[in-house]
Design a protein around this ligand. Structure first.
Ligand SMILES: [Zn+2]
Length: 409
């Protein structure tokens, strides 16, 4: 049985890697096609050359990082590396709660440190070369340290709670762990903008001026409160622009990147904002949260069933069932299911994007939204020709081409 599970795990990892590389290959091939008529005005020839170079650079870099991760995990599993880490941890701590925490903590930090050279290259070589990067070495280090702090406090805290439940009531573990995760994600949805974002960025209310006046007009028409609109200093890290909606109920907010201001006209910004208000009016956050409730329940139910399996721990090089080894094996065995759930999530998300676009169009912003979206794509050197199969699996948003076509209908 352990041998069978071991081979299944290897097979899933190989299939996943092969499949992702195949999708990437399709995308690279598709990017060579000529742009459709309605997208030709986005790039001038020089900028288009730059975009192609950026895309090729990122594709190659993606190939490198995914191959590295793949080889690392295959090596760890083939040479029973996780079993070895488990034994190492057990020398120091033998406790049903703290052994798994130390095990995951060790793996997290080892993996994170190995990924630092890739992060550095991405930020200070690729993004720098194409003129996007604004991160200083000091900010890079600060972000890293804050990220570690959050992982230890939030990740460690949640893990501690879940392990405590598992130790105290193994039979109801799946139900209680699900409840903890659901409550936690509700708290995160509500307070993310107020608690997490300020650790990394500054958010300020809209300043007086032309933009505020224009937004005020729209806010009155659509019934969205102006006090829920903030500008964030995205320019601290990158020249790329964005906007997003977050939160629920009274905790809702729309966040506009300051980089949006110097790239888009006032009307285009209002159009982008109208799209975000659409997400709120159509209750997209609430639906997403509601959908995640049963999927998390299924996940924990299946997870609860296999936690006692000795064979699963042995497949990773352990001796008998342990929370951490079984959880790790489970996360790989579950990945075909999460692939399917991920596709469903993306299908729903793309549907929501169309709906939010239609909402902005209903308020008369169809033209401004199109030009705004085109500028956003152009300034971030986006790939305009992703392969449809790649889009189906990975895109949370429809392509620019699809969105413009829908908006001109
Ligand atoms: Zn959207």
């Amino acid at each position: 049985m352990p041998q069978f599970l071991f081979l299944t795990i290897i097979l899933i990892l190989v299939a996943d890697f092969g499949f992702e590389r195949f999708l990437a290959y399709l995308n690279i091939k598709n990017a060579k096609k000529d742009l459709p008529e309605i997208l030709r005005d986005i790039y001038d020839p020089e900028k288009y050359q730059k975009q192609r170079l950026y895309f090729r650079t990122n594709s190659r870099f993606g190939m490198l990082t995914s191959t590295f991760s793949f080889l690392l995990i295959i090596t760890m599993i083939s040479f029973r590396g996780f079993g070895w880490v488990d034994q190492l941890v057990q020398i120091y701590v033998q406790n049903p709660v703290w052994t798994p925490i130390l095990f995951f903590g060790l793996l997290f930090f080892a993996n994170d440190i190995l990924s630092i050279p890739f992060d550095l290259y991405d930020t200070f070589v690729i993004e720098q070369k194409f003129g996007f990067n604004k991160v200083t070495p000091k900010l890079f280090i600060l972000d890293k340290l804050k990220g570690y702090g959050l992982t230890v406090i939030i990740g460690g805290g949640i893990l501690y709670l879940i392990l405590l439940i598992y130790t105290l009531t193994p039979e109801y573990f799946w139900l209680l762990a699900w409840a903890v995760i659901t409550v936690f994600s509700l708290i995160m949805t509500l307070f993310y903008s107020e608690v997490i974002v300020p650790l990394f960025n500054k958010q300020t209310p809209l300043q007086e001026g032309e933009l505020r006046t224009e937004i005020e007009k729209f806010a009155l028409k659509s019934g969205f409160n102006l006090t829920n609109i903030f500008v964030i200093d995205g320019s601290k890290r990158s020249t790329k622009a964005n906007a997003y909606f977050s939160g629920l109920g009274s905790k809702k907010r729309i966040v506009l990147y300051d980089t949006l201001m110097d790239k888009l006209t006032t009307e285009e910004i209002v159009a982008v904002l109208a799209h975000e208000v659409g997400h709120y009016k159509l209750k997209h956050t609430l639906i997403n949260f509601t959908v995640s409730i049963p999927t998390t329940l299924i996940l924990f139910f299946v997870f609860g069933l296999i936690l006692q399996s000795d064979a699963l721990a042995q497949a990773l090089g352990g001796t008998k069932a342990s929370f951490h080894l079984n959880a790790l094996a489970f996360s790989i065995l579950y990945s075909p299911i999460s692939l399917i759930l991920g596709i469903a999530t993306n299908v729903l998300s793309r549907k929501f994007e169309y709906q939010a676009d239609a909402f902005a169009a209903k308020y008369g912003y169809a033209t401004q939204l199109q030009s705004g979206l085109k500028k956003l794509s152009a300034t971030s050197l986006s790939n305009l020709m992703p392969h449809p199969v790649y889009v189906f699996f990975h895109y949370s948003h429809p392509t620019l081409y699809q969105r413009i076509n829908k908006l001109t209908d």
